[in-house]
Design a protein around this ligand. Structure first.
Ligand SMILES: Cc1cc2nc3c(=O)[nH]c(=O)nc-3n(C[C@H](O)[C@H](O)[C@H](O)COP(=O)(O)OP(=O)(O)OC[C@H]3O[C@@H](n4cnc5c(N)ncnc54)[C@H](O)[C@@H]3O)c2cc1C
Length: 312
């Protein structure tokens, strides 16, 4: 299949931001994502018992005027709300973290459940392969984490050397619930030096479950140490740590499930908003270009779109 249009791999915030800006300029990009849902690391796990947990990104902050406008528009549409933790403004998707992704995705052509296995440069663009299907694009933006982009392009690709300089740290997450607790010690706590560097009462976010749901993230050192353990073992290791910090008995746990984020938080970013080949047929972007934040992903995707538009 030949597409005289723009292809985007990844429906995380970077890919959606890129597509949204292109769409506003009158173009119709096509997005591919291997996932069932939108948003990538903006993810919500729903359990059969009615519990729900944002197990990836916890909240967004807006430092730039441009991203403040996006947050304001998403808030106005009812897909983002302010989470009051007594800190400077923190915004969350509603009813789940990927509300912001859904806001950006409105009207876009997105092929979900489509895992791209390879990207090949051609004389006039790129070939993108998923299963037995291949698409040709004159312009392609890849917005997956840098190590996964190397897998798509191959280590010998001219841009892979730059990509390999980027480093992302892992994060192990615990989603837990307990029999109703008499007292709640805090709603959100960050302590980079603790094995559990982030603990939050996820259900204190707006429009969440009425049952108490906790999310804990292990710090990068602890996560790296236990990265290859199976999820059941990770949950068994993290649960007592969480119970100790909340002052609850592990026997009262009604739910304890772990998730492994292999590429969670960029520790060594690219240092510019995107990477591009000389003729502008291939772009690479994502939070890993700038910082481990939702806003950085949005900024990178938007910058790719603006560069594509400028060079058309
Ligand atoms: C545990 C955790 C906590 C975090 N907490 C915060 C926080 O509180 N605040 C904050 O601002 N940021 C936080 N972040 C960071 C934030 O989530 C990221 O900066 C942002 O979501 C990255 O967006 P992205 O679009 O660059 O990448 P991603 O969200 O990773 O999107 C990439 C997409 O590409 C898709 N993909 C990958 N490979 C393929 C393939 N071969 N074919 C098709 N599709 C593919 C994936 O399915 C995914 O949807 C956190 C991240 C994690 C993991």
């Amino acid at each position: 299949m030949t597409q005289d249009t723009i292809g985007i791999i990844g429906a995380g915030i970077a890919g959606l931001s890129c597509a949204n800006t292109l769409q506003q300029a009158g173009l119709n990009p096509i997005i591919f994502d291997k996932g069932r849902g939108l948003g990538g690391r903006l993810a919500t796990r729903r359990a059969a018992t009615g519990l729900q947990f944002d197990h990836g990104a916890q909240y967004a902050t807006a430092r730039s005027e441009e991203f403040e406008k996006v947050i304001a528009a998403a808030t106005h549409s009812g897909q983002v709300a302010r989470w009051d933790t007594g800190e400077s403004p923190r915004y969350v998707g509603v009813p789940g973290m990927n509300g912001l992704a859904k806001f950006l995705a409105k009207g876009l052509e997105i092929h979900q459940n489509t895992q791209i296995s390879a990207v090949r440069d051609t004389a006039d663009g790129c070939d993108v392969t998923a299963g037995d299907q291949t698409w040709h694009f004159k312009t392609l933006a890849i917005t997956v984490p840098a190590p996964q982009a190397i897998t798509l392009l191959g280590e010998q690709h001219a841009l892979s050397t730059k990509l390999s300089e980027v480093e992302l740290l892992p994060c192990l997450t615990l989603m837990a619930a307990f029999s109703p607790q008499a007292s709640i010690p805090f709603t959100a706590r960050r302590d980079p030096d603790d094995a559990l560097s982030w603990i939050a009462l996820d259900s204190s976010k707006p429009q969440r479950s009425t049952q108490q749901c906790w999310v804990a993230h292990a710090n990068p050192q602890w996560s790296a140490k236990h990265l290859e353990a199976d999820p059941e073992t990770i949950a068994q290791l993290m649960l007592p740590l969480l119970c100790e910090r909340l002052g609850v008995d592990a026997a009262t746990a009604t739910h304890a499930v772990a998730h492994r984020w292999r590429y969670a938080l960029v520790s060594k970013p690219l240092g510019s908003p995107f990477l591009r080949n000389a003729d502008g047929t291939l772009y690479l972007g994502g939070d890993w270009c700038i910082d481990a934040r939702i806003e950085a992903a949005w900024t990178s995707g938007n910058a790719i779109a603006l560069d594509i538009l400028q060079n058309r």
